[in-house]
Design a protein around this ligand. Sequence first.
Ligand code: NAD
Length: 509
Amino acid sequence: MTEVVQAPDRADERELKRISHWIGGRIVPGESGRSGPVYNPALGVQTAEVDFASAEEVGRAVAAAKEAFPAWRATSLSQRQDILFRIREFVHDRREEIAKFLTDEHGKVFSDALGEVQRGLEVVEHVCGIPTLLRGSFSEQASTGFDVYSIRQPLGVAAGITPFNFPAMVPMWMWAPALACGNTFVLKPSEKDPSASIYTAELLKEAGVPDGVFNVVHGDKVAVDALLEHPDVAAISFVGSTPIARYVYETATSRGKRCQALGGAKNHMIVLPDADIDMAADAAVSAAYGSAGERCMAVSMVVAVGDVADPLIAAIKDRIPRVKVGDGMDTSSEMGPLITREHREKVASYVEKAPQEGATVVVDGRDGAPDDGFFLGPSLLDNVAPEMDNYRDEIFGPVLGVTRVSTYDEAVRLVNENPYGNGTAIFTRDGGVARQFQFEVQAGMVGINVPIPVPVAYYSFGGWKNSLFGDRHIYGPEGIDFYTRSKVVTSRWPDPATSKVDLGFPQTR
Ligand code: NAD
């Protein structure tokens, strides 16, 4: 049985707070009359009520961003860089405050929440180099007396719609490059854990971001649709589940907006017979159960090749009881609760149904999980097959499935035939096979003996197939591309005496 850490007494936090919008540099209370609950998932109690924006309120945020755009895009690169460096310092200095919001509202353990802030901060650090990142190109004397050069310019008002599982990092992946490139921004964070984005808004203001450059509207489909339909929103970045990502992409692009929509995942970790079993088991447990499996890069399927299955499953099973499940603010906890009671029930139902579908429940996470709060312990399923619901669906919880295959080719086929293509990993000591895997596997992010291959900030993050709609990945070079458009200038400074009418097509020689 998994070890359970008792929740500390945090009754003082049970007073309900109100979370409102941030428009034009100040808190703006909601007027729609609609709102939703925010929970502390470790305690299982509601701690806040968040306002849901109407289309009209979203319109006010977009109007504030539109008004702020001309001055912000005209702000020199070195001034913007100054502000970005200040933001970097402020986020770094207040990382514990931000992480506390994440643990309180998402439930992830505090050390993991700090890790989330750090991976967001790395994107802020990358865009501190915006003068270099926005450098164009110049061709002197492209034709006699003509020079040609390219520049990149911001799009205008960009909007970000983000998921519950990374309430600080994923917004940072969007607003940092968007603002650095000279856009203004409207963020619609997840309604399940919205506090970090309001704290961020205050912090950006303190760092010198002018009013209206960064805005936050809370809400549900009403707010999202208002952003998708607003004629003054030029670009939409979305991260969330696949059905909503597809909807957002189709709606935004049909209205002429640029859109990148990152969706769900089913990440496979292939373990070959020559792999180091202990290393593979450590990686599988960390990547499957970290953040209670609520990561888009979580490993949810282990594909065990040949005779590696029995020792690998034994090694994983052996580690599970040592995973400490409990309140995220308790420093001894390693895995927190799930986001809501409904989600916990849904995840548990996959374990319940697994034997009827033909899978073997090796470890049942429903045993021994704390009752107060939305806890579920780690589960391990063996003999999982592609036609089972627990394989087909993105469970998004601490349930790891193992499927057994005979050969490397069968393993790769499983990954390539899967409709998702976010991350994948291979564990082996054979460099040749690893290289073949990287060559032929159909996924956007590949780990070789690395279970969660989230790219560093100067590369870009994104999946293939149903894990990404759109053609640009998020942050890194593709993030800069996404938030700018290029302009090519052809210029000459002729002697007026040489000017003449010429109706022929412009020649370059
Ligand atoms: P979600 O799709 O339910 O919600 C994401 C956002 O969309 C939220 O802001 C939400 O308010 C909004 N939304 C929800 N329903 C909507 C609707 N019907 N119309 C318009 N907007 C709607 O996702 P979630 O549950 O918050 O997050 C978990 C999902 O996000 C998982 O599928 C996970 O894999 C995915 N995710 C993907 C990545 C990635 O990089 N590919 C990263 C993190 C999370």
